[in-house]
Ligand binder design. Structure first.
Ligand SMILES: [Zn+2]
Length: 84
């Protein structure tokens, strides 16, 4: 698995809180979901919606580190075979 991460775009920081393309129950607003890193990068660059391990689809627009990890994602992630 690659650990390479593209540098954040310094000229465009998503510090404002704005509506996501949320059509669901809003759980993704309160949890940090596991998403493939390359998908996150694509989302950051292109605004492409991503699907979390738990099946949540949304456009990540904020730093998820402040949120607790989604329990569903965590369970799925921990059940995955080691794949490094
Ligand atoms: Zn999740």
């Amino acid at each position: 698995m690659s650990t390479e991460v593209l540098p954040q775009q310094g000229t465009r920081e998503d510090t404002d809180v704005r509506p996501d393309l949320s059509t669901g129950d809003g759980d993704h607003e309160r949890f940090a979901h596991y998403v493939l890193k390359d998908k996150i990068v694509d989302a950051a660059v292109n605004g492409t919606p991503v699907m979390a391990l738990c099946g949540k689809v949304w456009v990540p627009s904020r730093d998820p580190k402040r949120f607790p990890v989604c329990p569903d994602c965590k369970r799925i992630y921990e059940s995955l075979p080691e794949n490094d």
